[in-house]
Design a protein around this ligand. Structure first.
Ligand code: G3D
Ligand code: MG
Length: 197
């Protein structure tokens, strides 16, 4: 993804951030994170839950988990709440005096998965309503844009009614995690948001 990416990445990760990467299984979360982490030395925490991973790069924590998925809705709620505790414990870990670490949510959507977009939508609004994510900025990756018949970012935006979100900064970015196309632009948006805090 080149020099600009490396620069942005280094700038972003040297600041203290909490980044939560969520999406349905198979959306492309792992692929995106590994594109970001290319050549990066990372510390991976022991598995926190069956579908939760924490990765630390410099001062930035990435918490990645599958929402919804094959599980029933009820168990996905449980997953959500147990991970909320984790989000809270992030705060406790933060150095004394620092209480307001900037927080980002990256929602990865498989742009070909029309059937399950409703689940992503439900989980997105559930997160936005949560106290601990009150100040979070939301980046939505409309992934798998290389696939035939995928939905465009505009279609996904409309379906998710993003324009109705007034209390969180948000941005939707089309991308292809396999080639890395679009990821740099997403990171650029996060970096610009981080600069505003
Ligand atoms: P997850 O971590 O969200 O569950 P993964 O998803 O990152 O494991 O990706 C799930 C599958 O989608 C993988 O395929 C991966 O290669 C593929 N994938 C991810 N991003 C893209 C993309 O932009 N375009 C296309 N065409 N495929 C993508 P496999 O076959 O390895 O299961
Ligand atoms: Mg994964």
């Amino acid at each position: 993804m080149g020099l600009i990416f490396a620069k942005l990445w280094s700038y972003f990760c040297n600041q203290e951030h909490k980044v939560i990467i969520v999406g349905l299984d198979n959306a492309g979360k792992t692929t995106i994170l590994y594109q970001f982490l290319m050549n990066e030395v990372v510390h991976t925490s022991p598995t926190i839950g069956s579908n939760v991973e924490e990765i630390v790069v410099k001062n930035t924590h990435f918490l990645m988990w599958d929402i919804g998925g094959q599980e029933s809705l009820r168990s996905s709620w449980n997953t959500y709440y147990s991970n909320t505790e984790l989000v809270c414990s992030f705060r406790a870990q933060t150095a004394a005096g620092v209480t307001d670490v900037s927080r980002f949510i990256i929602l990865v959507v498989d742009s070909t998965d029309r059937e399950r977009l409703a689940i992503s939508k439900e989980e997105l609004y559930r997160m936005l309503a949560h106290e601990d994510l009150r100040k979070a900025a939301v980046l939505i990756f409309a992934n798998k844009q290389d696939m035939k018949d995928c939905m465009s970012a505009a279609e996904i935006s409309k379906y998710l009614t993003l324009s109705s979100i007034k209390d969180h900064p948000w941005h939707i970015q089309s991308c292809c995690a396999l080639t890395g196309e679009g990821l740099c632009q997403g990171l650029e948006w996060m970096t610009s948001r981080a600069g505003l805090r």
